[in-house]
Design a protein around this ligand. Sequence first.
Ligand SMILES: [Zn+2]
Length: 137
Amino acid sequence: MHTNTKPASKPRAATYKKVLEKKAEEVRRSMSAQKAAQVVARLDCPSDEGDLSQQHHEEWIFLNRNSIDMKLLREISDALHRIEAGQYGVCMECEEQISIKRLDAVPWARYCVACQEAIAARIATGEMENEFQEADR
Ligand SMILES: [Zn+2]
């Protein structure tokens, strides 16, 4: 055990803030790129009746992908709010410090590994809304 590192070093919020802002920017850019690609695809394909179902399918994929991005953006913005509030890096379930390793991997993490796994298990059994599952990128 790392007894020599007590008290646990706080995650450096300023560093994560930059990472989160950059990630949000990336997601926004990728969303608008997808949107542009969609518009181009529309212009390319003459809208005759036969293409309609294919078009709907593509639209569904687009919306679905977009909603994952939206969710990620929201989680990033929540994390930024937690930085502002000075609560960043604290598990929202057990209020323990989330490990630096986890924050490096998932800077918008709301829960520590143990709580996230417990929540994932509850979602899997239908006990909990999927809303609480964090976006994984
Ligand atoms: Zn926890």
